[in-house]
Design a protein around this ligand. Structure first.
Ligand code: AMP
Ligand code: GLY
Length: 420
């Protein structure tokens, strides 16, 4: 099969590795890709939000399907445009991707279908927002409705803090259109986990669980990031909780989307919090997580291309997805300053030494080549180092050994990923 993967981060590197291992793959193209992916797949410099450009590439390479990695092209409707050209795509339609594209859509949808979630209030003016904030005593979460590169959520302890966050969004245009409508949510407590299901619109199957580490520094201190590391399976989940999440969150979501005329096809990522009253939805995403993919896919023991084929043929009903018993961990090496200001184009050490390692994967999250073909940083999150091991302790040791050997002086990483 000819396959196009849209994206160029660590998540797409992990996706491309899994697809490249399938005997069903004949040609693997990634756009824009990155220097890590370039070593085993063809890359074309087309931006992920260039919808006409991605469609043209898919047509040129006669793609049997397109795997859409990031949320932006999904929310912009890349799948719908590909379908118009008769090209299959793995990922939800524009309408279905609203589950991530609009937090208000997602909250109202969950309410309609009795899916457990925190209480929320939808506001478009600061006076309504202030009333709600005072009602919750400031212990709340302020969220921009639209996509804000992971920065549109402010977890608050005080009235003052929450009013500042709401004012920034509603009055000071902090996130542009994405912040013109906001949510003030009840702040709930518990352990978080990321749950990934694959759906063909009718049926869903779990494809992995993980725990992300979102704060920048050790002991969950510092600002929120896209994720500084992850571990799979999620330590907070057992078979009973997985079942409960599947039955009370995943299944009603797939059924509800179908009922409302927007069948959900692709990866459904439920960010859940395990509260005293059971698992509740923190957010939905319409794609795999980054860096969670770097630990979920290495544990997959079922051919990824055959899972996608069955999804596209709406034939997932009899699909059994298997996993290797080992644990996986990924540690992100980020540019100093991330998630604030950081430099790009900083020289990286050679990564060639790790090419022949087994059970170790060095995924490129934000890298590029300079004019002399040297590997340089090109993003906040630069590399993610994944290791597989018999237990979490073993994984941690192996992953951190590699991170220390890479020894990138201009970067930083958390030292407590997977610490139990
Ligand atoms: P999100 O970008 O929606 O995943 O939110 C970022 C982080 O904010 C989540 O991982 C949670 O830690 C926290 N969060 C979001 N919503 C809530 C909520 N209603 N209650 C408590 N924490 C929340
Ligand atoms: N790691 C969180 C996300 O991908 O949204």
């Amino acid at each position: 099969m000819n396959i196009l993967v849209v994206g160029g981060g660590g998540r797409e590197h992990a996706i491309a590795v899994s697809l490249s291992k399938s005997s069903l793959t004949t040609r693997l193209v990634v756009a824009p890709g990155n220097p890590g992916i370039e070593t085993f797949a063809e890359c074309y410099p087309i931006a992920t939000d260039d919808i006409p450009g991605q469609c043209k590439l898919a047509r040129d390479i006669k793609a049997d399907f397109v795997f859409i990695g990031p949320e932006i092209p999904l929310v912009l409707g890349l799948k719908d445009e590909l379908l118009k050209l008769g090209i299959s795509a793995f990922g939800p339609s524009k309408k279905a991707a609203q589950l991530e594209g609009s937090k208000i859509f997602s909250r109202k949808f969950c309410k309609r279908h009795n899916i457990p979630q925190p209480k929320f209030k939808y506001c478009t003016d600061i006076e309504t927002a202030k009333k709600q904030i005072v009602l919750l005593n400031g212990y709340c979460v302020v969220k921009a409705d639209g996509l804000a590169a992971g920065k549109g959520v402010v977890v608050c302890d005080t009235v003052n803090q929450a009013i500042i966050a709401a004012t920034e969004m509603l009055e000071n245009n902090k996130f542009g259109e994405a912040g013109k409508s906001i949510l003030i949510e009840e702040r709930i407590n518990g352990i978080e986990a990321s749950v990934f299901a694959v759906s063909d619109g009718n049926n869903a199957v779990l494809i992995g669980t993980a725990q992300d580490h979102k704060r920048a520094y050790d002991n969950d201190e510092g600002p929120n990031t896209g994720g500084m590391g992850a571990i799979s399976p999620a330590p907070a989940l057992d078979q009973n909780l997985n079942k409960e999440i599947f039955n009370n969150i995943i299944t009603p979501t797939i059924n509800g989307m179908k009922l409302e005329g927007h069948p959900y096809e692709g990866i459904l990522y439920a960010g859940v919090m395990i509260t005293e009253k059971g698992p509740k939805v923190i957010e939905f995403n319409c794609r795999f997580g980054d860096p969670e993919t770097q630990v979920v896919l290495p544990r997959l023991n079922t051919d990824l291309v055959s899972i996608i084929q069955k999804t596209i043929k709406k034939n997932l009903g009899d699909m059994i997805i298997n996993f290797i018993p080992q644990n996986a961990i990924t540690v992100v090496i980020a540019s100093k300053g991330y998630p604030g200001k950081f430099e790009k184009g900083v020289l990286l050490p050679s990564l060639k030494n790790f090419d022949n390692e087994t059970e170790i994967f060095v995924f490129h999250s934000g890298t590029s080549k300079d004019k002399n073909e040297n590997l340089v940083s090109n993003g906040g999150r630069v590399l993610s180092v994944t290791s597989i091991g018999a237990n979490v302790q073993d994984c941690r040791q192996k992953a951190y050994n590699i991170v220390e050997t890479i020894n990138w002086k201009q970067g930083f990483y958390r030292k407590d990923i997977g610490k139990l």
